[in-house]
Write a new protein. Sequence first.
Length: 248
Amino acid sequence: MPIDVVTFAGALERIEQLVGEKKGGYVVTPNLDHVVLADDNVAFREAYTHAALSVVDGQPLVWASRILGEQLPEKISGADLILPLMEMAAKKQWRVYFMGAGPGVAEKAAEEVHRRYGTTVVGCDAPRVSVDPAASENAAAIGKIQAAKPDLVLVALGAPKQEIWMHRCMAQYAPAVALGIGAGLDFIAGTVKRAPQWMSNHGLEWAYRLSREPKRMWRRYLVNDPRFLLILARTMQRPLSERVFWRE
């Protein structure tokens, strides 16, 4: 999985550049859960390989980078990027599109960013889509994006679906730039609460989410994600040049 060695400010600058180039592309935010998913999911790994920007979303990966030979500057959460991007969008007069989350969530998030920054949100949709670009259920969703002509599309479908969808449908939503944000729209709308900052800084966001949604999250955090330690150990046995695809 490629990870760009970039600061938070540098990530914002790179996204601004991508939007200005009007060539499309998409941004991904790898975290520990994504690493575990990608270990078995070829399509997910392929989506990461072709991303225009990959920023580390997870303090454990920042810590792991020290072991693997490249110190990532800081955690850059996709959720933390959203509001600075919405402020930038208002100043740059970008057209923004919200896709995903539950019914009504995107609309509520759109109202919030417009109230805060005056951001122009040109469309909201919570569609059922497929990772197959040719699937019939994609036609309506893509058609709405194309009609709205956004500069930036925030995709809240959850991993690995959002990353695979952004990769495989990139040509259809271009020249817009897409950003996978997971539960980001829920955070803005206030339908889901984020972990306190101190927990985020200490890599404990998983514990907060587990405490809030134990029935939905227990398998991910208690069964699946501990595999990361095995992946890390396996990666450390490789030559330094083959451990991680760091991108400057």
